[in-house]
Design a protein around this ligand. Sequence first.
Ligand code: SAH
Length: 506
Amino acid sequence: MKPGKVYLIGAGPGDPGLLTIKGRDCLALADVIIYDYLANPVLLGYAKPDAERIYVGKSRGHHSLPQEEINQLLADKAAAGLNVARLKGGDPYVFGRGGEEASLLHKQNIPFEVVPGVTAGFAAAAYAGIPLTHRDITTSLALLTGHERPERKLSSLDWEKLATGLGTLIFYMGMTNLKKISAKLIEHGRSADTPVAVVQWATLPRQKTLTGRLDEIAALVAAAKIEPPAVIIIGEVVRYREELRWYDNLPLFGRRFLITRPYAQATSFVALLQAQGAETICIPTIEIAPPTDWQPCDEALLQLGSYDGLILTSANAVDAFFERMNIKGLDLRALSGVEIIAVGPKTAKAIEKRGLKPDFVPNNYRAEGVVNELLSRGVSSKCYLYPRTEIARTLIPDSLSKAGAQVDSPIVYRTLAPEGKQEMIRHLLDANELDAICFSSSSTFDNLHAMFGEELQQLKKETAFFSIGPLTSETIRKHDFEVALEPENSTLDDLVTAMIEYYSEE
Ligand code: SAH
């Protein structure tokens, strides 16, 4: 059998955006993914859904698979004709034992490729605001391991040359030996006041950076209880951090938020928050499901052209409605002559994605806004179609019918409470690990409340509740919880802006 190919891929230091495009392409074609502790598991999302995923890193109480066995696993999978992605933290050829893996593949005549990655030391420097070389002060750079094989002592490093012959030094795996490393460097001629930065979990929202003089850094690290993984950057260039830091001073850096909307709609919100440095945890408290009965919607679709207007009040309704049209063999022509009304900009965008432009969006992005705008135009003896969720308010049909219009409001989707999320959320709340929970609709709160009932009051502790708008806030307050924040306009952009203001005032 023709063997498959093995791709040794550098996953980068943690921020998923730092994977290379080539690395992503190789992940997408692999049949088997073999990954490590330091490779961000989010990247597995690029793999084929049916690709086999094998974790070979350390986990609590378990040692990682011995290196020889990993080497052999790569060779065996490829020999069976499978394409293998070997995903390793940082760069595979920098303290990653990639050389050992490639050697065995070479010996066994298995074809392989190496896709470089952003190594932790370079990434840590960039995200901590430290240029590793600088024309004015440092022209050389060395990458070192602070944790050598037990049979070869740290003393095998040429300390004299390191201390005096080189500029910037980056130690990987050096945390346990930091005291020895700094003592040796000082002993061999590095100045005791050389600045040092220790960067833990570089490029991730939990990144921590500690700086100090070479003669005090070990004590500072011990006091701050900073643990691996961290890199140690030693040299005059560290002084630039003061003026060049840009990541860990972003407005929401170090804050952790729980996002409760469904994954499919969470991505843009997550991107907005991450751009401000925040850590986001997505555990949806609602799931979108089809209605139990499509008949009312299907009947409306049969006479779609006879409606004067189509009222859409959420991106979910847009998606459900247009997909149903498609299933029923209708295309956009069926809507010609029908006025299209979107409740707000997000709904409007969802409509535009379907190739249509809404005729109007009210100034007030709520059902009230839609009603007022329509009433001011006159609705008497007009016919509206309002595809909605099961639990929608009856404001639109009620107000328009009162004014003489006919409104058909078939259910096109339902929101359900997903199962099996309680434990994760309970843990986060109980450990007081969240700065806030963001609720983007009443149901995201209602379902969370239903999960815990009265216990939610005790569990909540210091976690703040942020709400997208007045209706959601009303639901939260109805259950006797405080709403810490509600933006003036009910959009995600405004919510993020309000969050930034909220923490800047704190
Ligand atoms: N091949 C990897 C290095 C693996 S050795 C690379 O090129 O980055 C493991 C060491 O890398 C850790 O002990 C730590 O020193 C460093 N490291 C890896 N990821 C890191 C991160 N996100 N932040 C800080 N250090 C990291």
